[in-house]
Design a protein around this ligand. Structure first.
Ligand code: AMP
Ligand code: MG
Length: 370
């Protein structure tokens, strides 16, 4: 049976924390809020407890977990040969949404690292996450607390929907603040490499690092859509999502045409929009989810997963979303939407729309994949 316990996100009640920490110590599973998304935690040094995370989530064993620490000094429990740069990054970004990939200590169960010789570590800033790790007295391995293949949970209700009956307790501290997962930065190669964009921007890392590489697919226009089959469907809603990239003046008419096409075909359409675009679609029989102002990427990130889940719950078959660029948190938002885009990525460019998009309503879109 799974219990849900409310907990203050500012001053977590000690009684709640002690109870949850005891569950961690006896090998149980605790869903808890972090500043990014809700995590599903177990004692990172207990192989059986770690195994049960994979069972509860139906997560394949090749997908490694992030180890959550109380502070940077705990790194030495799970990582070896820690490069000097690590301490500099830790001092700047921890506690916070940055995960560092380091050589592992042999004591780390291989389930945590998916059998690999590296371990991912992070110090979360959320008071509930921090208090839980301190009270448990052990590092806590935790992936996102969703069933594998589903959108990450940013509210306790999302965790309940996915994992009720499969885990011991859910600590409910309300919606998370960052809303997308941590940035995963590998420090095991010569040049630091962003494996997954997230809550800490590439620009913020670049200010501290001499050079930083980014996994190619996350920055190119169209991105992973070139071979969507090779992308883990890590962040996918149930509806088929199509992501539209390019200048607003081209993208909005293209989205309108696509929406009209689906409506004509009798499909229920959901739109994932910024507030400034809402009025463009006011006359259409569609469900519109506004993420926030185009000027507030942090608000868009915070609401992204809730909006995807809300559209699924509303029963839409198709979701059309507009890209927000690659500046700051935009890179993480694009990465997640691209991974979610089972319906493909449509790239509009200034050139392709030489003929006015409004006067060419039947003009073909440019899907890179479908
Ligand atoms: P989740 O918290 O559900 O997003 O899952 C943790 C993610 O962290 C994995 O899917 C990987 O992307 C990343 N990760 C964890 N450990 C490693 C590692 N040793 N090397 C590279 N990436 C990792
Ligand atoms: Mg996940």
């Amino acid at each position: 049976m799974t219990v849900v316990v409310q907990v203050s996100k500012v001053h977590p009640e000690p009684g709640v924390i002690v109870r949850a920490a005891a569950i961690i110590r006896r090998g149980g599973l605790v869903a808890f809020p972090t500043e990014t998304v809700y995590g599903l935690g177990a004692n990172a040094l207990d192989p059986d407890a770690v195994e049960s995370i994979f069972t509860a989530k139906e997560r394949p064993s090749y997908d490694p977990l992030i180890v959550h620490l109380q502070d940077a000094t705990q790194m030495e429990l799970v990582a070896a040969d820690i490069p000097d740069l690590t301490w500099k990054l830790a001092a700047e970004f921890w506690p916070g949404p940055l995960t560092l990939v380091l050589p592992r200590q042999p004591r780390v169960p291989s389930a945590v690292t998916a059998g690999g010789d590296t371990v991912a570590v992070r110090v979360p800033s959320h008071p509930v996450a921090h208090a839980l790790i301190v009270a448990a007295g052990v590092p806590i391995a935790a992936p996102s607390a969703n069933r594998f293949g589903r959108v990450s949970p940013t509210r306790a209700e999302h965790v309940w929907t996915d994992l009720a009956g499969r885990i011991d307790i859910i600590l409910d501290a309300g919606p998370t603040s960052v809303g997308v997962e941590s940035t995963v930065l590998s420090l095991v190669e010569a040049t630091p490499r962003i494996l997954r964009p997230g809550g800490v921007s590439r620009e913020a890392l670049a200010r501290l690092l001499e050079s930083v590489e980014v996994e190619h697919h996350t920055i190119v226009e169209g991105g992973t859509a070139v071979s969507p089959g090779t992308t883990p469907q890590h962040y996918a809603p149930e509806a088929s999502l199509t992501l539209f990239q390019g200048p607003r003046a081209q993208v909005l008419p293209a989205m309108r045409r696509a929406a009209l096409g689906y409506i004509e075909a009798g499909e229920r359409v959901g739109l994932l929009l910024v507030e400034e675009d809402l009025s463009v679609f006011a006359d259409l029989p569609v469900i519109r989810e506004a993420l926030g102002s185009v000027d507030s990427l942090s608000q868009i990130a915070q609401r992204l997963y809730s909006a995807l889940r809300a559209l699924d719950e509303a029963g839409v078959e198709v979701i059309l979303a507009r890209d927000v660029g690659t500046t700051g948190l935009g890179l993480a938002i694009r990465d997640r939407l691209t991974r979610a885009a089972a319906g493909g990525v449509v790239v509009m460019s200034d050139g392709s729309a030489a003929d006015s998009p409004d006067s060419a309503p039947s003009g073909p879109l440019t899907p890179l994949a479908s």
